[in-house]
Design a protein around this ligand. Sequence first.
Ligand SMILES: NC(=O)c1ccc[n+]([C@@H]2O[C@H](COP(=O)([O-])OP(=O)(O)OC[C@H]3O[C@@H](n4cnc5c(N)ncnc54)[C@H](OP(=O)(O)O)[C@@H]3O)[C@@H](O)[C@H]2O)c1
Length: 364
Amino acid sequence: MALLARQVVASEKWRRELTKEAGRALRRTGHGVGSLHKQPQGPKWLPYLIDPLESIAMSIEVPKIKLNNGVEIPAVGLGTWQSKAGEVEKAVEYALKEVGYRHLDCAWAYGNEKEVGDGIRASGVPRSEVFITSKLWGTWHNRVEECLDQTLTNLGTDYIDLPLNPKGNHPVFPTLPSGKRDVYHEWDLKDTWKQMEELVKKGKVKSIGVSNFSEAKLELILPTATIIPAVNQLEIHVYNPQHKLLKYLKDKGIAVEAYSPLGSTNSPLFTDDVVVSIASKHSIQPSDVLLGYLLAKDIIILPKSVTPARIAANFGPAVTAAKKLDTADIEQLDGLAAAGKQKRFITPPWPVDLGFDNWPPLPA
Ligand SMILES: NC(=O)c1ccc[n+]([C@@H]2O[C@H](COP(=O)([O-])OP(=O)(O)OC[C@H]3O[C@@H](n4cnc5c(N)ncnc54)[C@H](OP(=O)(O)O)[C@@H]3O)[C@@H](O)[C@H]2O)c1
């Protein structure tokens, strides 16, 4: 493996993170940690940092998925939900500039789109090279363009590649006097979709899609849609594979994006015995198995991290893992949920039947 020597101006925390992951990466590739000390000049670490992550990530071509309108979307995108202001700008800059990400998953409701925009500009990567997704929040279904305009201002860009239309209703979280979430049950999703289609006609977005749409909800908009949603962004991982819905989406030509592909915050998936044994079989990390499994099934993945080593690990190594996993591994992972491990991690208490399998009972 060719190692690159690069001058890095890194904060102490980031340097430590990179150093730890570099050691792991070198061990995985058969290089001893001693290789890290073979620097071109002097015995000390800084200002030179040999960064095997960069050579791993940059030498990997991340696949692209062709959407039903011909637009290509990079199969690995950086998630930004719960990425705090102060962290997300650096994470986005690092992902774009140092690792090679070209896809960001954002949302008006995440409250951090301004910092995401700052990160894009700080990276120096041209806007035209980055695929940006944002999401209409539930309280804006009757004012779709207004919500998009706020997102465009926040991000500091004049178009979005893909806005999604999640199901729900908040301003961010309006409630009734009873404390229950206040949802406008009479609203017709067909009318939201019409407004989404207008955004394409106006050139403010390149593609439109949906998020958290079950088959039942899609059937509400498809009969009158003039544009078929390009993607459906869903909670998909080894404990919530949604095989039936994925088959339906494939038949309709709608690409699938997996959110919470690692099982979200404090995930138990990294220590699942099957995931760990497959990781050990191929000498890769459990995160590689979780992400590689989805990529191998042509699912777009949106892992979130604000930790440099993880941002890098979720990119190249995930793509490599997708090629290493064999049919038996995929079959085993496909069967985990049915074997009793079915679990959703993201089930906000909407008093609305979204039409999904395995959803907890609605709040009374
Ligand atoms: N449409 C929707 O309704 C919806 C809902 C949820 C999420 N999303 C999108 O999907 C993205 C991803 O979902 P998510 O944020 O719920 O969860 P996720 O990506 O499955 O997991 C993120 C968590 O895993 C940690 N992590 C990341 N890479 C890791 C690695 N290689 N090893 C160990 N830990 C790792 C992160 O920590 P650190 O950040 O501290 O490194 C964070 O705590 C979101 O950010 C958002 O863009 C959309």
